[in-house]
Ligand binder design. Sequence first.
Ligand code: ADP
Ligand code: ASP
Ligand code: MG
Length: 440
Amino acid sequence: MNEEMALIVQKFGGTSMANTERIENVARTVAATKQAGNKVAVVVSAMAGQTDYLLDLSSSISVNPPLREQDALVSTGEQVAAALLAITLAKMGHKSQSYTGMQLPMVTDDIHSKARILDLKTDRLQKVLDEGIIPVIAGFQGVNSEGDITTLGRGGSDTTAVAIAAALKADCCEIYTDVDGVYTTDPNICPQARHLKQISYSEMLELAGLGAKVLQTRSVELAQKYRVPLVVKSSFGSNKHTWIVKKEDVMENSIIKGVTLERNVSKIVVIRVPDRPGIAYRILAPLADLAINVDMIIQNASIDGHTDFTFTVPRTELTRAKALVQKVADDIGAQEVMTANGIVKVSAVGIGIKTNFGVAARMFKALADENINVQMISTSEYRISAVIDEKYGELAVRTLHQAFELEKNGNGGLRESLMPKHPDAAKPGSSDETDSGAGI
Ligand code: ADP
Ligand code: ASP
Ligand code: MG
């Protein structure tokens, strides 16, 4: 094999793999890349709807299934898809072999349903690639040190693809999906969403972390850390695409880059908690131990030595979270634990938020003008988020997109004088890299 050949990792999501015709379409894309003189490793998601179908089956039996078994169940979706693509490639005359996470192996920790990749052996993949065979890898899944199947969280095939690209030192990782790149907001919710030719790793991380599921957050983290050139493309033909690049390389700098909607949100309220030091810790520590992500936290003013303590958790983890919190509430003598679904989180994301007071005012005015009540607020350097009633989620996205004039190129419609003096703005050598966490 020619050592000069480029190595490209291509990942195809569920809608791209939805049926046998679409799988043939995927096979044609893969074959064309190979015939153009590249080595290609492919990562696939389960056929559209499969993962949800399997999760529904399991939850029809139990609201709180053992996560080890749930992982064994849902990982089958990707195994099916990988084998079907390898069969299709073979029919078209290309040598191809499917691989599960266990066969590679893709070694993870043992946090079932949201495992993190610790190690990836590439010997077998290298050998297969050198022999001119196209490996088709089942995304989303790994194996822990016990040899049990784990999964990487919803959207985890993106992370599989980037991890494979990093480990193989691929020239590029291409994420093929049902949209032709990253937009200022979900184009399926807001027709005015604007296509972005490029976005920085940090802004993409923030968008993904707040609900823009076009890339899984962890995949962006890995791409940033291992400098994997990452591009989002359409499986269905388009000449547009989006490169995820270093901050210095972004041509267009906007105060607000995008708007997101996170539907996987629930609220837990612990009523009449005795107000003493350490209570927040007592309530939240057991959740942290199980890696349940707590986002917004509100502690009300104390009345006769008691307070209400409210926070959000992913809706998919509400049952487990509530059981843990109930136990603590009983121990500390809180009156009651209440939960609420029916809420979503909308966020405005961009590097200008920290230094721009105009942003929060504009956001809350726009929501108020639509009579959308804000239940909880949180801000960080790069974002402002509001929890609102679920039924206004999509309206809020369109409202904020318009309020920040994101359909226009430039500064999100904010006046030039409001442009941020971002400390890292044009600092030479400032980079977008983080270097935390062990393994990949
Ligand atoms: P796949 O199955 O290919 O992994 P996903 O459904 O996980 O695809 O991700 C693609 C979807 O992400 C799009 O169909 C779109 O609805 C949604 N999305 C959310 N926010 C954005 C955004 N800012 N830009 C593009 N797509 C977005
Ligand atoms: N099939 C998994 C999911 O639906 C993983 C993925 O699509 O990336 O979340
Ligand atoms: Mg996805």
